[in-house]
Design a protein around this ligand. Structure first.
Ligand code: NAD
Ligand code: ZN
Length: 360
């Protein structure tokens, strides 16, 4: 990971950052979604156009619906119609869904052109804007098709979080808390100590947790860009979480599903005698303080078996054996290969509101 990451609470520094990265004279194409277009497209275009001229754009539907092959195809068509060439740069302005699909389209257009990420959700600022994973959902399976393609620059304007709704904000917080649990008890403690300021979006505290999350992510990703080993620990809570996300048809935000997965992983770890109940409760209490779900919302109609069976479809399943990432205490993590079905079902039971999930 050798690209610059700028955190500035304005749009006006964006042209300077692009110029510093040697991107002057390039042709740009903005990809965004309907909500972000309404809120920030004009501001971003106003900041850039005096220096970079007119920028064509493409507006995706908001949320997970953006990540389809049809949208990728429409996006590639727009790139071609706008005359983008190998030196052109795609600007992904939006949350993780926008950068996943825009980055994927950039990675395959003319065998790969540059893109930059301008994240507008906390999840994207603290996580998905770096690391180079791009992708779309396919035949109902999340991120089944994609590529590894690093952005050439990341520009984060935390002031954009003011317009984000609470459900999406806490979805991003779940990923930030994940970084604390897997690798940095100092970050976890910092979040606990500053929980009220984080809830109130205090700018200095926000910048600190975004920087720390990106630092941890880049430390892990560097040296394992293609997820052959260490990078897999970033999927903490995700094997459970992705299954829940797919089963509820993406009606819950990504981070909420990851949080439910983290509660399962913590209980799994506890059941194996590797994490004390004190730490399990500590994690749950922090999530609950922010209103992040620790139990499956009512009415989703999924059983523990449904979740388990969906987990087996995860890309990370190798030769039919399910691997889980679990933390011991806060700040340390282990990958367990070939876990027992009954133990997984038991862990899933911990997020159940009633006995209906605890099927045997
Ligand atoms: N590539 C990676 O490394 C990586 C990592 C984590 C997650 N992801 C992916 O990211 C996606 C989730 O991304 P997300 O959580 O950023 O959600 P998102 O991109 O789906 O955006 C969520 C909603 O917030 C709206 N929105 C975005 N910014 C806003 C703002 N500033 N103000 C008001 N509304 C705004 C969007 O229009 C959308 O309705 C998932 O598909 C997940 O798989 C990718
Ligand atoms: Zn995630």
């Amino acid at each position: 990971m050798t690209y610059p990451v700028h955190i500035r609470s304005c749009w006006s520094d964006l042209p300077k950052c692009l110029a510093q990265a040697g991107l002057n004279g390039r042709r740009f194409f903005i990809v965004t979604d309907e909500n972000v277009a309404r809120l920030y497209l004009e501001d971003v275009q106003a900041a850039l156009s005096p220096f970079f001229g007119h920028m064509p754009h493409f507006i995706l539907p908001p949320g997970e619906a953006a990540k389809s092959l049809e949208n990728t195809s429409a996006l590639l068509t727009s790139f071609a119609r706008a005359g983008l060439d190998r030196s052109s740069v795609v600007v992904a302005l939006g949350g993780g869904a926008v950068s996943d699909v825009a980055g994927f389209a950039a990675s395959i257009y003319m065998r790969g052109i540059s893109y930059i990420t301008v994240p507008t959700t906390l999840l994207a600022m603290a996580d998905s804007s770096v690391g180079g994973k791009t992708g779309i959902d396919f035949i109902g399976i999340k991120n089944l098709v994609g590529s590894f393609h690093n952005p050439c620059l990341v520009y984060i304007n935390p002031a954009a979080l003011k317009t984000l709704d609470t459900a999406q904000y806490i979805s991003g917080l779940a990923e930030v808390i994940k970084y604390g649990i897997i690798l940095d008890s100092g970050l976890f403690d910092y979040i606990c100590d500053n929980r009220a300021k984080i809830a109130a979006q205090n700018p200095a505290v926000l910048e600190k947790i975004i920087r720390e999350s990106l630092r941890i992510k880049s430390e892990i990703v560097t040296g394992d860009e293609r997820e052959a080993g260490q990078r897999r620990i970033l999927n903490y809570g995700h094997t459970f979480g992705h299954a829940i996300e797919a089963l509820c048809n993406f009606s819950l935000p990504h981070g909420h599903c990851v949080a439910l997965g983290m509660v399962c992983a913590a209980n799994f770890s506890h059941n194996m005698g590797k994490m004390t109940m004190f730490h399990v409760e500590h994690i749950k209490n922090l999530l609950e303080f922010f209103g992040i779900p620790v139990k499956l919302p009512k009415g989703l109609g999924m059983t523990a078996d449904d979740i388990y069976n969906m987990m087996l479809k995860d890309k990370k399943v190798r030769n039919g054996a399910l691997a889980l990432i679990i933390s011991h205490e806060i700040g340390t993590v282990e990958i367990i290969e070939g876990v027992e079905k009954q133990e997984v079902l038991r862990a899933i039971g911990s997020i159940s509101r009633d006995s209906s999930l605890c099927s045997e």
